[in-house]
Design a protein around this ligand. Structure first.
Ligand SMILES: [Zn+2]
Length: 90
C-alpha cells in the first residue's frame, strides 16, 4: 500500500524498470509548463523547463535565445514587430 501523502496527484508518477525487470513507481515533482509567446501564445523553443531549482542555476545564456525579445516573443512575432516598427518610422 502506498503512503497516503503519495496518493495525491501533486506529484507525477514515473514507472521505472529495475535491473531485475521489476517495475516500480517513482514520485517526482511536476515540471513547470513550457514558456509561451507573449503575442500568439505559441510554445517558445530554446527555453528549457526543468524544475525551478535547476533552472535558476543555469547560466543566463542557456535560459533564453540570444536575440531581441528572446524568451518573450516567437521568431514570427519578433520579425513582424520589427517590420511594423520600420514601416511606422518612414
Ligand atoms: Zn508569437
Amino acid at each position: 500500500m502506498v503512503a497516503p501523502r503519495l496518493k495525491s496527484r501533486t506529484l507525477r508518477r514515473i514507472k521505472v524498470r529495475l535491473p531485475g525487470s521489476k517495475t516500480v513507481t517513482h514520485y517526482k515533482r511536476r515540471k513547470p509548463s513550457i514558456a509561451k509567446c507573449r503575442k500568439c501564445k505559441a510554445n517558445l523553443k530554446g527555453i528549457p523547463h526543468p524544475l525551478q531549482s535547476i533552472f535558476k542555476n543555469l547560466p543566463k545564456t542557456a535560459k533564453r535565445p540570444q536575440r531581441p525579445f528572446g524568451g518573450e516573443l516567437c521568431t514570427k512575432c519578433m520579425r513582424a514587430h520589427f517590420v511594423e516598427k520600420a514601416r511606422k518610422s518612414e
